[in-house]
Design a protein around this ligand. Structure first.
Ligand code: NAD
Length: 456
């Protein structure tokens, strides 16, 4: 599609004017983004309600408020992050200076999913602007109301050659992925992540991939069960389980299973009342396709809690299912919905073995009062990030980089990590011309002898 090529060329030409690189420019654009987010707050809330039935509380905390915090943190540290880093020079470089410059990649493509459609499109943009890039945004077609608001909002405040929005689905994305972008930031599923990486590989475009997978939550015998129940269900049923780092399945020690489930049943009543299907605080499923996929899991094992649904509103009540094995369909893919399967264990090493046998998860949560066991989990399992005695909280701090590992993602962002995700670390040696060591040249007498004295 020539249109896409022209779009990218316009961005590249603008990038080469150098305008996006000064501190003043970046600061001003971040402030503009902050102001326009505030101005559009009512429209964003309405769009999130239309697309996902998101409550105002959830929409503000996980999307709008989250972004404002990210911008505030970035503005506070931007100057310091931009300053070239001075590093030592070895004796072979006597008289010179060594520096690492943070160079913007150029024009970046940011592809977003539908589950936090506003935040996951704009949080990477904060990093892209901070690092001095131009950006093309591609929102998800499954949340059309939010996609339209993003497009309108960005068009209103940013010149098209600096930041542009291309709305559309798979075809649009495919065309964009053929273009020679300088960097691609993709958030979405593992299968599409592979498509993106393959397309990027053809042109050797650097990528950041924020993917998903099955994130375990493990509750050991010595956990504070009442708190564990609340924190797990909060993490699972926020956005009706449509969260990349939601606990996907629960592994609980057999001795405390019944007690934990009892606390869970009480916590759910407290969170969403007797009728979660009609609760204003509870999100709905994004599409018919996902609703049908999730409904099919309800026949796996035995439904202990929930399992109710309303077809016309695409809502499924918070559901916990027991008597599940790894062979059940619900354990074969990322659930990404309000269904929590429960598995039991008696030996923590058995859990470690099971998790190790599967792709590295995006998140992992462990509930135990034992520091020793917490350390065992941290050191013996590979996963993107996680919490001890909590869920989701590691994503809401700008001080921790967020990302996956292996099949759950490549690279990370948030806070300084976002700035780094959109920057190339460019090494520069500033050599002196005051003197010159002759032993480096092939014509030098005793050159090798000298070099052997310095090196090795
Ligand atoms: P998805 O992979 O289906 O879609 C993501 C984006 O890719 C959308 O913009 C879509 O239009 C585009 N796309 C879809 N198919 C494509 C194709 N064949 N070629 C090119 N582009 C294509 O993901 P989704 O369903 O929107 O989101 C859910 C997934 O995202 C889950 O797996 C979840 O774990 C993951 N996720 C990860 C994070 C994270 O930060 N790591 C955050 C949110 C969601």
């Amino acid at each position: 599609m020539d249109m896409m090529h022209e779009l990218l060329n316009r961005h590249k030409q603008y990038f080469y004017t150098g305008e996006t690189k000064s501190y003043e420019f970046r600061k001003k654009q971040l402030e503009t983004l902050r102001e326009v987010i505030k101005e559009y707050e009512p429209e964003v809330l309405e769009a999130l309600k239309n697309d996902l039935h998101k409550s105002e509380w959830e929409a503000y905390t996980t999307e709008i408020g989250f972004l404002l915090e990210e911008i505030k943190f970035t503005l506070k540290h931007l100057k310091e992050w931009m300053t070239p880093e001075k590093v030592k020079s070895p004796i072979t470089h006597l008289g010179s200076k060594s520096l690492i410059h943070q160079e913007p990649y150029g024009v970046t493509l940011i592809i977003a999913p539908w589950n936090y459609p506003f935040q996951l499109q704009l949080a990477p943009l904060v990093g892209a602007i901070a690092a001095g890039n131009c950006a093309v945004l591609k929102p998800s077609e499954l949340t059309p109301a939010v996609s339209a608001v993003i497009s309108k909002m960005i068009r209103e405040v940013f010149p098209d050659e600096y930041i542009s929005v291309v709305e559309g689905g798979v075809e649009t994305s495919t065309e964009l992925l053929k273009q020679p972008f300088d960097h691609i930031f993709f958030t979405g599923s593992v299968p599409v992540g592979k498509i993106v990486m393959e397309a990027a590989a053809k042109q050797l475009i650097p990528v950041t991939l924020e993917l998903g997978g099955k994130s375990p939550v493990i509750v050991d015998q010595d956990a504070n069960l009442k708190l564990a129940a609340k924190r797990i269900l909060w993490g699972k049923f926020t956005n009706a389980g449509q969260t990349c780092i939601a606990p996907d399945y629960l592994y609980v020690h057999s001795d405390v299973k019944l007690e934990l489930l009892q606390h869970m049943s009480e916590a759910l009543l407290e969170f969403y009342g007797e009728d979660p299907l009609s609760s204003d605080k509870y999100s709905h499923i994004v599409s018919d396709k996902h609703f049908e996929r999730l409904k099919s899991f309800l026949t796996n094992g035995d439904v202990l809690i929930g399992g109710r649904h309303k077809e016309n509103e695409r809502v499924i009540s918070p559901t916990i299912i027991d008597n599940i094995s790894w062979d059940d369909p619900v354990m074969q893919e990322e659930i990404f919905g309000p269904i929590l399967p429960v598995l039991e264990f008696t030996d923590l090493n058995q859990v470690v073995d099971e998790v190790r046998r599967r792709p590295k998860p995006l998140a992992l949560y462990f509930f135990s009062e034992s520091e020793e066991k917490q350390d065992l989990i941290t050191s013996s399992l590979s996963f993107g990030g996680g919490c001890m005695n909590d869920t989701l909280m590691h994503i809401v701090t700008p001080h921790l980089p967020f990302g996956g590992v292996g099949s759950s993602g490549t690279g990370s962002y948030h806070g300084k990590a976002s700035f780094e995700a959109f920057s190339h670390r460019k090494s520069i040696v500033k050599q002196t011309t005051n003197f010159d060591f002759s032993f480096r040249y092939p014509s030098a007498k005793n050159g090798l002898k000298m070099i052997k004295r310095i090196m090795g």
